[in-house]
Structure formats: C-alpha cells, structure tokens
Design a protein around this ligand. Structure first.
Ligand SMILES: *Cc1c(COP(=O)(O)O)cnc(C)c1O
Length: 339
C-alpha cells in the first residue's frame, strides 16, 4: 500500500511568478534558474510553466541536454560552467552559454579551441567568495577570454551573498561597477532577492530561482506577500496517526516538543528529513485518513518551513522522487504527470 501522499505542480503558478519577475525587472531578460531539478519540481514539469523565459540557468550538463530534448531552442546557461576538457565539445553541440569563473576553464577553452561562437558569462567574485575571478585578476581574465576566437559575447556576472538581508548589495555592487567600468558587455547579477528588492542591480539579465517557485528568498512568506507570487508546488497527504497528549508528554526524537496542555496531534504520511507534526486541537473531527495539505495554496511553504526549522527551498528540494506527482497544466486543470 503506497503512503498516502501526493504532490501537485502548478504550471500556471510558475507562469504567474515569471510574470511577477518581469514586472519587477521590466528592462531585463530573465534566466529562469532550474537547477536542482527545478528546485524539486522536476525540469520536465516546470518547463512548460516557464517557457516564456528568455533562457534557463542550471548546473548539470544532463539537465541542459534534457531541456534541448524537450524542444527548448533558446539560451541555456551553465551557472558554474563546465568541469572537464571533454565537456567543451558539448557546449558547442548543445549551444550552451557557460559561466567561466576560473583559470582552469579559460585554459580548457584555450587548449580545446572549439569553433564557437560560445557565449560566456565571466564571473567576478565580488565577495561571495565561492566562485569567480578576484577583482584584481578580472581584467586579465577578460582580455584572455576576448582573444579566444571561440568566444562570442562576454557577459559580466557576479552573485550576491546578502541581497535578502540587511547587509544588502552595495558593497558588492561597488566592486562590480568599479571592476567592469569601461569594459564592453552586458551584465548579469541579480538572484531572486535582488530581482525583487534591488532594481539598481537588474541590468541586462536577472537570474531568479526560488521566487519562480513561489517561495520567499528570505524564508519569510510575509516579505513577499505584496508581489502576488503563487506556490508552484502543493503537497497533500492524509493523517496516518493521531495522538492525544497530556501536559508534560513529549514528541519525537530528543523529546524536542513538550505539551503544556492536553492536546491532540497528528502526523501526515510524509517522510522528509524534517518530520512535521501538527496540533489538531482546533480540528476535533480530524482522524486517521483525514486529508491534509502540508503546503501549497493557502499555506505558504515558507511558513511550514519556519515552523520546522528550515527554509522553503530545502523543503521543496526534498520532495522524494517516489512521491506521485500530478501536474496542473496551463490549459487543463489537472493532468497526469509525463514521468
Ligand atoms: C541558484 C542561483 C541563482 C538563483 O538563486 P535564487 O536565490 O534561488 O534566486 C542565481 N544565480 C546563480 C549563479 C545561482 O547559482
């Protein structure tokens, strides 16, 4: 007997959220970020909802190949570029735009000498300190890239560490603008948070991820309430257990929760790293088998995540492959998933 759980992916919500991004950044083209299997939604399922994007950003070559197989002819950006010399011919074969963030990648292009033209996004490390050329190396890297006959356009790229928090982006934006001043080429800087809240960083391209799926970059649903985002995933289950607790009873491993009053709690048929128990005291009729929505329309994933000590991104990516999924398509209300 399968666990009573199923997810619904809402393609109209994805399309709506892409529209929200367009309204926020009307001058910019949009790389819809679909890494991590479209943040747990499934690339096949997410694609139809996001196909009005100008391009797709992802991490893995096989995800890029899948997109081509789905019929996407437009730009695809490898957000962290390629890793080995044998990847270089695939850039050409699948017409992939690639981030170039380190010496080794430049050298692989210099050695492989593909025909091109390849679009590259040259990554400047403005303080995130994960990937990218340091400001003092950047111009040299740009000159090297420019002299490669295989390189077509060079877009200047960076990534923000604090666009969703009080520190903000000024310290990184200043470094970016100073370093790229007088160099020709478009720029690509903004993740979801900068797309919503930092218009000065929009430039030619924005690279939103998590907002496309309807979650907040801060992990707080109220922070995005005014934008009209819709949840792209809902997760439904049934109660598989109901327990009546007396004051002092504790719940689960490590006894992390302690009842302070008599209460009734329930557990859904959900298996994630984060177990979710709910207080059923306000729902006296709830019993084993009662339908529950774990997150989705009317119940923001960020609220659920916060109550379970995580963020929406982690929950949506944790959707296990064995959970049955239906797709609410753009044309019909609900249809069986492709696979
Ligand atoms: C993941 C990622 C994004 C999107 O980030 P969100 O916070 O989900 O919007 C943008 N750019 C790069 C390089 C990324 O790796």
């Amino acid at each position: 007997m399968p666990r009573p759980i199923h997810a619904v992916i809402h393609q109209p919500a994805l399309a709506n959220n892409l529209d929200v991004v367009r309204r926020c950044a009307p001058q910019s083209r949009v790389w819809a970020v679909i890494k991590a299997n479209a943040y747990g939604h499934g690339i096949r399922r997410a694609f139809a909802g996001l196909r009005a994007a100008d391009g797709f950003g992802l991490l893995d070559l096989n995800e890029a190949v899948l997109l081509r197989e789905l019929g996407w002819q437009g730009p695809i950006l490898l957000l962290e570029g390629f890793f080995q010399p044998q990847d270089v011919p695939l850039l050409e074969q699948y017409r992939l735009t690639t981030a170039v963030h380190c010496e080794e990648q430049l050298r692989m292009l210099e050695v492989a000498r593909p025909k091109g033209p390849l679009g590259i996004q040259l990554k400047l490390n403005t303080g995130m300190n994960r990937l990218g050329f340091r400001p003092e190396q950047y111009r040299t890297a740009w000159e090297r890239a420019r002299t490669l006959s295989c390189v077509g356009s060079i877009v200047h790229m960076t990534h923000f560490s604090d666009a969703d928090s009080a520190r903000g982006i000024a310290h990184q934006l200043d470094v970016f603008d100073a370093t790229t001043a007088n160099l020709p080429g478009e720029a690509s800087l903004s993740n979801s948070a900068a797309t919503l809240w930092h218009p000065q960083a929009h430039r030619a391209w924005v690279r939103p991820g998590v907002v496309l799926y309807g979650a907040s970059p801060t992990g707080v649903a109220a922070d995005v309430a005014s934008f009209g985002l819709q949840p792209a995933m809902s997760l439904h289950s049934e109660l598989i257990s109901v327990q009546d607790l007396q004051p002092g009873d504790t719940v689960g491993y490590g006894s992390l929760f302690k009842a302070e009053r008599p209460m009734r709690i329930g557990r859904g048929g959900l298996r994630l790293r984060h177990m979710i128990c709910v207080d059923l005291t306000p729902c006296p009729k709830a019993k084993v088998g009662s339908a529950v929505t774990l997150w989705g329309q009317g119940l923001p994933i960020d609220d659920v995540a916060m109550a379970s000590g995580t963020v929406g991104y982690e929950l949506m990516c944790a959707l296990a492959p064995r959970v049955p999924v239906t797709v609410a398509t753009l044309t019909a209300p609900e249809q069986p998933a492709l696979a």
